[in-house]
Design a protein around this ligand. Structure first.
Ligand code: B16
Ligand code: MG
Length: 227
């Protein structure tokens, strides 16, 4: 008997579209206002990390983690988000990463449920701009999740909304914290990006264009014990 995939749960930023550049530009501007310099290499650490945790990392990077009250930090995060929201107004369906449209189509044909587990509170707006909202059977609400990735909560929330068992779910992620969240949720993890960083994933592809439903199914069915 072969294992059946009940649902595929996607990360958004870095998997469906690349909003990392917009997050970077907005954080860079805010950091500069605080006298902190960040570069693209540092930005890698912010991928998949929540807005408040990203701000903490930036303040720590600049040695200013004790300089602001909680209220001031909330204002700083809100200011970054206002800028980010202006930048993402440019997003169109042309910004869907290569291979994603085809994968979503294959999943629909196979009657496999599709979910979203993004740390971004802007995820619903971005899905609308990409004209992909109707493709998703469930979107976990990042605002309602108490613990960010690598905690499994957001992936488990998406699986529950889809009424899918975690061991029959595939999670797709570009960030290490996200892969860890998928594995802690008891799901099969597909990493998109460098093999050395995403080594905890059950399978890794370098680019979204290499995400093939047939390959994912074959790897999933070969993994672990049959159920
Ligand atoms: P927001 P993902 C994450 O999205 C981003 O990778 C991360 O850089 C960002 O800080 C986080 O969302 C929160 O986003 O400020 O829009 O709520 O990769 O989990 O889809
Ligand atoms: Mg991501």
């Amino acid at each position: 008997m072969s294992k059946k995939i009940q649902a595929v749960i996607f990360d958004l930023d870095g998997v469906i579209t690349d909003t990392a550049e917009y997050h970077y530009l907005a954080w860079k501007e805010l950091a500069a206002r605080l006298g902190i310099s960040i570069d693209r290499e540092f930005n890698e650490q912010l991928k998949g990390v929540s807005r408040t945790d990203s701000l903490e990392k930036i303040l720590m990077h600049g040695g200013k983690e004790k300089e602001f009250t909680e209220e001031e930090k909330a204002e700083l995060a809100a200011s970054k988000n206002d800028h980010y929201k202006t930048l993402i107004k440019q997003i169109t369906p042309d910004d869907i990463l290569p291979g994603i449209r085809e994968l979503l189509q294959n999943l629909k044909e196979e009657q496999i449920k599709i979910g979203l587990a993004s740390a971004s509170k802007n995820a619903p707006v971005i899905l609308e701009r990409l004209q992909l909202a109707s493709r998703f059977d469930a979107v976990a609400d990042a605002g309602a999740v108490k613990k960010g990735k690598p905690d499994p909560e957001i992936f488990l929330t998406a699986a529950a909304l889809l009424e899918a068992e975690p061991r029959h779910c595939i999670g797709i992620e570009d960030a290490l914290a996200g892969v860890e969240a998928i594995k802690s949720a008891g799901m099969f993890a597909v990493g998109v990006g460098p093999q050395d960083i995403l080594k905890e994933a059950d399978m890794v592809v370098s680019y979204t264009s290499e995400l093939s439903f047939t390959d994912i199914l074959a790897n999933y069915q070969q993994s672990g014990s049959m159920v």
